[in-house]
Write a protein that binds this ligand. Structure first.
Ligand code: 8YV
Length: 311
């Protein structure tokens, strides 16, 4: 008997095709009446694939009483109500490790592009401005101090790259990481005061909501740069926009936002901001590897075998 699978949102295309080769897949986002589809399938569908920052809350789980497995495409699972999942005995998997290096690459790309004004300079030439004037000088990346919020796998991969750029690295997290050679700062505001570039690499969710507060942004100050490859929720976005517009922050490189795909209007015209549409893991290599983990975790679960990457 072909097993059924709920697909809550679009994933990497080849992964969806592979899932469709194996399961009877219901593409929930394509249906005209989502609620009707969920209530028709709820009593029998046992597994779901989704994206970790999509909302998988208690209300949704209530519509799906037979659900016992959620495979997330992505390392983050901040959209998943963990208490509700646990209470229902639902297995949960994510896709760690395989995306670490590409996400870290993009963090460095944002640091470089923002501080060295790469995108600005590209627009400068396209607008014909080089024919009339010299491009403005920029701050430097090499030799500067970097503060990393969250020295997990991605944070560490960013730190390694930063060291190769001759940057000094400090980090903030709930506790010091045993064996880490970087300077630990228990106080994020204090770290923001001391570094010239702050990069956010911690998980999203309630524990880190607004961790980069108005106060932290103020401490980073008019010479400071902020880069976020984590979740929009980690930053007080309103305070960030205000600071950027008022010159109270030198610049920002942002891959994630509070209300994706909507980006605060005020940022669209700012030359000291580099914007990316949540693409840090968006390489063919990484998306294929993430998809493989989703496929393998689902196969393991249906076969009653140990999950590869349980949360
Ligand atoms: C997205 C991510 O899952 O891994 C994460 O937590 O945010 C990303 O990899 C991916 O972009 C699909 O939306």
């Amino acid at each position: 008997m072909t097993q059924e699978l709920l697909l809550m949102c679009p994933l990497y295309e080849p992964t969806m095709r592979r899932l469709e080769d194996t399961y009877r897949v219901h593409r929930v986002w394509e249906g005209a009446d989502r609620d009707a589809l969920l209530s028709a399938l709820g009593e029998r569908v046992r597994a779901m694939a989704t994206i970790g920052h999509e909302r998988t809350d208690a209300t949704l789980l209530e519509c799906l009483p037979a659900l016992r497995m959620i495979a997330c495409f992505g390392v983050g699972y901040d959209g998943v109500d963990l208490a509700a999942v646990k209470a229902r005995g639902i297995a949960l998997t994510n896709t760690p490790d395989v995306l670490t290096e590409c996400v870290a690459d993009n963090a460095l790309a944002l640091i470089l592009a923002t501080v060295r004004r790469t995108a600005f300079n590209d627009r400068f030439i396209r607008a014909g401005r080089w024919l009339r004037e010299s491009a403005p000088l920029t701050d430097r990346v090499w030799g500067e101090s970097l503060g990393i919020v969250g020295l997990g796998r991605i944070g560490q991969a960013i730190a390694r790259r930063a060291e190769a750029f001759g940057m000094s690295v400090a980090y903030h997290g709930r506790r010091a990481l045993p064996g880490a050679s970087y300077r630990y700062c228990a106080n994020l505001t204090q770290m923001a005061r001391e570094v010239s570039i702050l990069v956010v690499a911690c998980p999203g969710g309630e524990a880190t909501r607004g961790i980069v507060s108005r106060e932290v942004l103020q401490a980073l100050g008019p010479q400071g740069y902020l880069v976020n490859i984590s979740r929009g929720s980690t930053i007080d976005e309103e305070a960030l926009v205000e600071a950027l517009c008022a010159g109270r922050l030198a610049g920002a490189g942002l891959d994630v936002f509070t209300d994706e795909p909507h980006v605060p209007e005020a940022l669209l015209t700012r030359d000291n901001v580099t914007l990316q549409p949540h693409v840090s893991s968006g390489t063919h290599y990484t998306r294929a590897a993430m998809g493989q983990l989703v496929v393998d975790n689902l196969a393991a679960w249906f076969a009653g075998e140990p999950l590869l990457t349980p949360v």
